[in-house]
Structure formats: structure tokens, C-alpha cells
Design a protein around this ligand. Sequence first.
Ligand SMILES: O=CN(O)C[C@@H](CC1CCCC1)C(=O)N1NCCC[C@H]1C(=O)Nc1ccccn1
Ligand code: NI
Length: 192
Amino acid sequence: MVMNKELISMLTMEDIVREGHPLLRKVAEEVTLPLSEEDQSILKDMIEFLRNGQNPEVAEEYGLRPGVGLAAPQINVSKRIFVVRTTDSQDELVEQAFVNPKIISHSQETTFLSDGEGCLSVDRSIDGTVPRYARVKIEAYDETGKKFTKRLRGFLSIVFQHELDHLNGIMFYDRIDEDDPLKKEVPASLKV
Ligand SMILES: O=CN(O)C[C@@H](CC1CCCC1)C(=O)N1NCCC[C@H]1C(=O)Nc1ccccn1
Ligand code: NI
């Protein structure tokens, strides 16, 4: 008997897990390499979701919120996988899968998005400064199972840290300082 192929399905906002779902607060499992067929198709769906969201016609058609990153726990898959699609400091398009990602070193200096952060799994806007390392040296595997290290800075570094937090059950607002949510300056001691 011929097994029928998985239906080609695109991810939509219904597939995005929202606040309150336990998976967003779990530490996701490492992925065994090389990636299984299933994990490879999960990665493809995740990249497609970001591409679709960044295509105004498709986003409009399917009611997608545009995202620059997506972590597997957000689509109810507790695995250490996320994808990023954005432009880097040289305005080059970066479309990258990160499997079993790790920060191996980071700057003392911190940075933050001046408008604060949001999250596709959070249907409310939360004001506040989310401190992130200004620069990170990371190690991960790509969709072919190849290990790579990269130095990230700027917006890409922030996106990476937001996604890595999702693999560790951390939400961006966990990092907002309640006593001084809108703090803008970085304590002098932290500047290198
Ligand atoms: O875990 C992954 N997510 O939750 C999707 C998030 C990830 C980003 C939030 C802050 C850093 C990574 C995402 O992309 N968004 N969050 C909701 C609003 C829309 C969108 C966004 O911030 N877009 C954006 C921001 C600045 C410049 C250009 N575009
Ligand atoms: Ni998020």
C-alpha cells in the first residue's frame, strides 16, 4: 500500500501557540543530527512562514503577522530549532536555520530595541526595555546538519537572543526590569 504523502500545508497564525500554553515555558529538546525527514519539513514550513509573512500580498491573504524569527516551540514543537529571516547590518538578506544553537561568548555591553520587543505568541503590546548582549558569538547546525559558528551584532544579535530564549522557556518580558522598565542608558560598568 502506497503511503500517502503528508498534505502540503502552510503555517498560519492558528498554528502559532500563544501565551499560557505550557510549551512556551519548557526547555526544548536537543535535536538529533542529521535531521529526520520530519524535522527537515518542520524547518521548511517555518522558513516558508517567515517568507509568507514578509510578502504583503500573502500576509494580507492569509492574515499573517510578519515575523523576522520563529522558534519551534511557537508551533507546538518542543525542539531546539529556530529560523531567522531579516536583513543584517550590511542590509543583506539573512535567511538562516539554527539547530541546537548556543551562545559561546558575548560582549559585556548590552543593547536593546528602542521600541521594545513584541512576540507572535503574545497578543498584547508590553512596553519596556529588553536588554540583550550587543554582540554574541554563536555555534549551531544548519538544515544540512553542518556545524557553524558566527559572530552576530545589531538587530540580528537581538533576534537570535529572542529566539534562543524561546528554546529555554523565556519570554521577552521576563527581561524587562519592573523597577525601571523604560531605562534607556546602559549602566556605565556594562560598557566595554
Ligand atoms: O519568536 C519570534 N517572534 O515572536 C517573532 C518576533 C521576533 C522579533 C521580536 C523582537 C526581536 C525578534 C517578530 O518578528 N515580531 N514580533 C511581533 C511584532 C512583529 C515582529 C517584529 O518585531 N518585527 C520587526 C521588528 C523590528 C523590525 C522589523 N520587524
Ligand atoms: Ni517570540
